[in-house]
Design a protein around this ligand. Structure first.
Ligand code: 6GP
Length: 819
């Protein structure tokens, strides 16, 4: 049983009274008339009362103990539904199920009423959510700082196979029951204006920012409940509200209407999450979002620090700020500005504090994702910050000159300012120069960060560049989403594994146990049935759970190569129809993916998969052997059904492109076997499970680089491989778009004339061969079960608890503090 204090404190009658109270006073309904949704909301509010109390107690305790904390700054937190997960962490799942049952309500139905807070795009945002969970579970003092977007990631539907986006008002009209407004924590954020010099009372020449307008930042806290402990940490999300009249310059000029108009614009700052994954769009409003986020968060960190009676000189001893990719980089010049202009510390002192406070995580090597901002834009919106960036660069360039005298090439490469017709600020360079630690997110990725992205930085700042391999929380991604497997694990290794995933290795010795294999595979079957039921109910497609469930779920991106998967499907289709000797075990290929609304080829790939699905699923000639299911509106709550149901996990990015991946870990924990390239964390997963228990294929990083250097010619593969040719050529016919040939041709065009930038054709043959191997091995269910069990047993390294301990021990130097 959990040792959780909260379970003991739970008073059923008081809880039920709180639910009743919220039904009437908050949602203006009664237990006779209330909808399931109102019951869910009232229950959520009653639970939030408990967590808010613990949040305030945690806050007080940490301030009193002067505990060192991490501040995790991220523009994205893809938390998913909180209610079920928080109930598990609070140790109240059964108690609340019973309490609600007595009130005539079924907990499972109530949980289905919650809409996912989709405040992130993909990997980076979901990692931030897992990290908050692991910080709280291990009681490493932490505050998560993000934005309270009015609209989360768009909702996706398909109209004639094409992606259509709709706004996601995730809070509904009633608001989100778990969030609590913190009116006392509001901040004012300045924008635009100019910088002026002045002489202070001691005759010292100073600079100060005279902003032209300000907006208000309002704090909402979401509770991150520690698993099996009492600590609750805030995920603090800032909402932008306009101050009216706030455009001081225009207001004073008499432009009253103009000033109000800008107020409307400022109200937009936190309206919507930018829907790009691994891609920088460079819009002014995005820079405003970033600055708004950083200004509110840095001010709040300083407020906490001072309220606890600490001096500014001790800031870096008590607080560390982790930048989740470069999106919050502007926090660096913001802290410098405050230390220089408000605390009047002088450059050396301010720099010493600031550069010992910040650390930065890099999440991608893709050039199109590396952020740059035009100097002109920063200068206009944040004139003082631009001055400070120049000064940081000026001092850094002197250091470069000392290390590489008169070497202009190195200077050009390392400079924070990129020269050209339009000068740009390179945010990653600013981060590396201004932080005490820079980490990649998997061993291979961190090596490539050192070798290819920042080799000179690695020389000039020895030891600064390091690795922390990603992980995922076993609470949400095993215990909550896979109750069948969880029960089986607990029976064999005891029930404390969710907080100590090392324990799961105890399953290894049952891998060959026939009775255990049976039960393990029975759980898998139930999970496949749960997914099949969802698909039938929501999409009207009937599935056979004896088929191999093969799943690729992640953002749609060329580098992730959903189109490689598609080409294999087309090859299977071709062979089933044309080769009488060809046989295959029935297989269902599942996809789940959103494409950035402006990413045309990604949308074409979605369309093509949907069109192929339509045909394949209804073609009697295939004898039901091949099914394709593209799950619409892929999100965390659907992931919770998909991961446990997978037999095969698709992790097929071009080597060197996927920094880590985290879905790969969730699949393997839940007993899916990976088909994957030697990329990201696949490499370390292979180390853990052994080569026999994972299906690796494709070019290695160095082979990819070599092939590109030598001049890659996709036509060579096209001409040499008749199966590949057949698959590609199908895209030009009207086989899947009757009467409209060529509707799918854009993909073929990109792969042939377009030069196939992600080497899909080069990896095709090996991929097909490896899929055939999987087909053969699946037929031997005993061997398959053994491998699946070993995957679960050998995944403990990939708990985000381990990742967070690595950060805490090697980077942040944090100690746990229990409540
Ligand atoms: C992602 C990486 O693509 C993925 O490989 C990694 O697992 C994840 O970050 C967490 O580290 N990157 C992004 O989502 C992104 O937008 C700028 O990077």
């Amino acid at each position: 049983m959990p040792k959780n204090g909260q379970t003991q404190q739970f008073n059923k009658a008081a809880f039920q009274a709180a639910v009743e109270k919220h039904l009437t006073t908050t949602y203006a309904t009664t237990d006779e008339t209330a909808s399931t949704r109102s019951w869910y909301l009232a229950m959520g509010k009653a639970l939030a009362e408990i967590s808010t109390g613990n949040l305030l107690a945690t806050e007080k305790n940490l301030a009193e103990q002067k505990a060192r904390s991490v501040n995790y700054l991220s523009l994205e937190f893809l938390i998913g539904r909180l209610t079920g997960n928080n109930l598990i962490s609070m140790g109240l799942y059964e108690n609340v199920a019973e309490a609600m049952e007595e009130m005539g309500q079924n907990l499972t139905d109530l949980l289905e009423e919650e809409r996912d807070p989709a405040l992130g795009n993909g990997g980076l945002g979901r990692l931030a959510a897992c990290f908050m969970d692991s910080l709280a579970a291990q009681e490493y003092p932490a505050v998560g700082y993000g934005l309270h977007y009015e609209y989360g990631l768009f909702r996706q539907s398909f109209v004639d196979g094409r992606q259509v986006e709709a706004p996601d008002a995730w809070r509904g009209i009633e608001g989100y029951p778990w969030e609590v407004l913190r009116p006392e924590l509001s901040q004012q954020v300045s924008l635009y204006g100019h910088v002026e010099g002045y002489t202070d009372e001691n005759g010292v020449e100073c600079r100060r920012w005279v902003p032209a307008m300000s907006v208000e930042g309002v704090a909402w806290d979401l509770p991150i409940v520690g698993y099996d402990n009492k600590s609750v940490y805030p995920l603090r999300l800032w909402e932008c509200r306009s101050n009216a009249p706030f455009n001081l310059a225009r207001f004073n000029d008499g432009d009253y209407v103009g000033a109000q108009y800008s107020a409307l614009e400022a109200g937009n700052v936190t309206k919507v999450l930018y829907p790009n994954d691994n891609h920088d769009q460079g819009k002014a409003l995005r820079l405003m979002q970033q600055y708004f986020h950083c200004a509110c968060s840095v001010a709040d960190i300083l407020r906490r620090h001072e309220a606890a009676g600490n001096t500014i000189e001790s800031l870096s001893k008590l607080e560390t700020i982790q930048l989740n990719d470069t999106h919050p980089t502007i926090a660096i010049p913001e802290l410098m500005r405050i230390l220089l202009d408000e605390y009047k510390l002088g450059w050396e002192k301010a720099w010493e504090i600031s550069s010992k406070t910040f650390a930065y995580t890099n999440h991608t090597l893709l050039p199109e994702a590396l952020e740059t901002w035009s100097e002109a834009l920063i200068h206009q919106m944040l004139p003082r910050h631009m001055e400070i960036i120049f000064e940081i660069n000026h001092r850094f360039m002197k250091q470069v000159e000392q290390t590489w005298p008169s070497n202009n090439e190195v200077k050009r490469k390392l400079s924070i300012i990129q020269e050209g017709p339009q000068r740009m600020v390179r945010m990653a360079n600013l981060c590396v120069v201004s932080t005490y630690a820079v980490n990649g997110v998997a061993a291979l990725h961190s090596e490539l960060v050192k070798r290819d992205l920042f080799p000179e930085f690695n020389e000039i700042f020895p030891g600064r560049l390091t690795n922390v391999t990603n992980g995922v929380t076993p609470r949400r991604w095993i215990k909550y989403c896979n109750p069948g497997l969880s029960a089986l694990i607990s029976e064999k290794v005891g029930n404390d594994w969710p907080a100590n995933l090392e324990k799961i290795a105890g399953l290894e010795k049952f891998a060959d146990d026939a009775a255990f294999q049976k039960r393990y595979m029975a759980v898998k079957k139930e999970n496949k049935q749960r997914l099949a039921d969802w698909v039938e109910e929501n999409m009207g497609i009937e599935l056979d759970t004896d088929a191999i469930f093969d799943i690729q779920i992640k953002r749609l991106h060329e580098y992730k190569r959903q189109h490689l998967n598609l080409l294999n499907i087309l090859a299977l289709y071709h062979r089933l129809l044309n080769d009488p000797t060809f046989d295959m075990h029935p297989r269902v290929f599942f996809f789940g993916a959103k494409a950035a609304p402006g990413y045309a080829l990604a949308k074409d790939i979605i369309f093509a998969i949907n069109k192929v699905a339509e045909k394949v699923n209804n073609d009697p000639r295939l004898g039901g052997k091949l099914k394709v299911v593209f799950i619409p509106d892929y999100r965390v709550s659907l992931a919770e059904i998909l991961f446990p149901a997978a037999d095969v996990s698709e992790q097929i990015s071009t080597a060197g492109k996927e920094a880590s991946g985290t879905g790969n870990m969730k699949f393997a924990m839940n007993g899916a076997l990976t088909i994957g390239t030697m990329d990201g964390a696949n490499v370390e997963m292979r180390e853990e499970v052994g080569d026999e228990n994972i299906f690796i294929f494709g070019l290695l990083v160095d082979e990819v680089q070599k092939l590109k250097q030598e001049g890659y010619d996709p036509y060579r593969y096209y001409h040499a491989d008749s199966l590949l040719r057949a698959a590609l050529d199908l895209l030009e016919t009207d086989e899947f778009t009757p009467g409209n040939p060529g509707q799918l041709a854009a993909i073929r065009h990109n792969l042939l004339e377009g030069g196939d930038p992600y080497l899909v054709l080069a990896d095709f043959a090996d991929y097909v061969k490896t899929q055939e191997k999987i087909d053969a091995e699946y037929r031997d269910q005993k061997t398959w079960a053994r491998k699946a069990i070993l995957n679960t047993a050998l995944m403990s390294k990939f708990s985000s608890d381990r990742s967070i301990r690595d950060y805490a021990n090697n980077i942040w130097k944090l100690e746990p503090v229990s409540l």
